[in-house]
Design a protein around this ligand. Structure first.
Ligand code: OGA
Ligand code: MN
Length: 289
C-alpha cells in the first residue's frame, strides 16, 4: 500500500506531500489519504508533478465534480473547467503590466476563498505551475480554522449563528466593470458565517473579499465585523507564502482557507498556472434571496 509522506509547511496548516504521482490513476486508498489530508491540513503541495491538462482534469474528477469556470459560463454559457492564472495566454503570448487582463487578475490579490460567491461553493482548488517568475508571484494562504480557534469566547458567541452574504459583483466592481451577463449569473448568496468540516467537526468562519454583509445588520456594522475577522486570520505570522516551483501541484481547501496572489513584474516575467476546482457539497444559500 502506498503511504504518502507529509511535512508541515506552517504551524497552523499546510503540508508538503511526497510519495505519489498525481498523473496516474490513483487507488481508492491513495484518494482516501488525500481526502483525509485535505480535511486535516487544508493545503497540500505535491512537488515535481509531470502534469498536463488531461491528467489535471482526470485527477480533479477523481476528487469530485469539476466546477465550471464562472467567467466563461456567465458570459457565453459554455462549460470550461480550467482557469489560467498569470499573464500567459493560450497562444503563449505574454500580457504585460499595462494589459487589462493583468488588471483583472489583481482581484485575486485580495484575500478570498474561491467560489465563495456561489450558491454551492467550492470544496478544493487544484493549481499547477508551468511557468513561474524569478521574483514575486507567490500565492499566500491563511487558515480561517486556526483563526476561529484563536477567537475570544465572546466573539465566537456573537458570530456562531450568523449568516453572511457573499457577492461577486460587490467584490469585483471596484476593480473593473463586471460584464452584465456574468453579473446576472452570480446573484448574491448567503452562507453560514461559521462552517464545520463534516468529517472532523473542525469549525471555521467564512469571510474574504466576496463577503459583503451580515443580513439584518447595518452596512457599517457588517463591514466592521467582516474586516475584523479577515484581519484576525491574516496577520503576518498566520500566513504561509507559497513560492512556486515549476511542477508544483497545490490543492487547498476553500471551505476553511483564504488565499491571495502577490505582485510580480509582468513586463519582465512569465507566470502561467492552470487551475481547476471541485464543487463542494454544502449548499449555503437562503432559497429565494
Ligand atoms: C487562484 C488565485 C492567485 C495567484 O488560483 O485561485 O487566486 O495569483 N491565485 O496566485
Ligand atoms: Mn483564487
Amino acid at each position: 500500500m502506498t503511504q504518502l509522506n507529509f511535512e508541515p509547511l506552517h504551524a497552523d496548516f499546510g503540508a508538503r506531500v511526497s510519495g505519489v504521482d498525481l498523473t496516474r490513476l490513483l487507488s481508492g486508498d491513495e484518494l482516501e489519504q488525500i481526502h483525509q489530508a485535505i480535511d486535516t491540513h487544508s493545503l497540500l503541495c505535491f512537488p515535481d508533478q509531470n502534469m498536463t491538462d488531461d491528467a489535471h482534469l482526470a485527477f480533479t474528477r477523481l476528487l469530485g465534480v469539476p466546477e465550471a469556470e464562472h467567467i466563461t459560463w456567465g458570459k457565453t454559457g459554455e462549460v470550461e473547467y480550467f482557469g489560467t492564472v498569470g499573464n500567459v495566454l493560450d497562444d503563449s503570448t505574454k500580457q504585460d503590466n499595462a494589459h487589462v487582463g493583468t488588471k483583472y487578475q489583481t482581484g485575486n490579490q485580495l484575500w478570498h476563498s474561491d467560489s465563495s460567491f456561489r450558491d454551492v461553493p467550492s470544496y478544493v482548488s487544484i493549481l499547477h505551475a508551468y511557468e513561474v517568475p524569478g521574483e514575486g508571484g507567490a500565492t499566500e494562504f491563511a487558515s480561517m480554522r486556526a483563526a476561529y480557534a484563536r477567537l475570544p469566547e465572546e466573539l465566537r458567541g456573537t458570530i456562531d449563528g450568523l449568516r453572511v452574504i457573499h457577492d461577486y459583483v460587490f467584490s469585483r466592481s471596484p476593480i473593473a466593470p463586471v460584464d452584465p451577463n456574468h453579473a446576472a449569473s452570480l446573484p448574491p448568496v448567503a452562507h453560514n458565517l461559521v462552517r464545520q468540516n463534516p468529517a472532523n467537526g473542525e469549525k471555521n468562519y467564512y469571510v474574504g473579499s466576496h463577503a459583503r454583509s451580515i443580513p439584518g445588520w447595518s452596512g457599517i456594522d457588517s463591514r466592521r465585523l467582516l474586516d475584523d475577522l479577515l484581519q484576525r486570520a491574516t496577520r503576518p505570522e498566520d500566513i504561509y507564502a507559497h513560492q512556486w516551483q515549476v511542477g508544483d501541484t497545490v490543492i487547498w481547501d476553500n471551505r476553511c482557507t483564504l488565499h491571495r496572489g502577490t505582485d510580480y513584474d509582468a513586463d519582465k516575467w512569465r507566470r502561467r498556472l492552470r487551475q481547476t476546482r471541485v464543487i463542494g457539497t454544502e449548499k449555503g444559500a437562503i432559497p429565494g434571496l
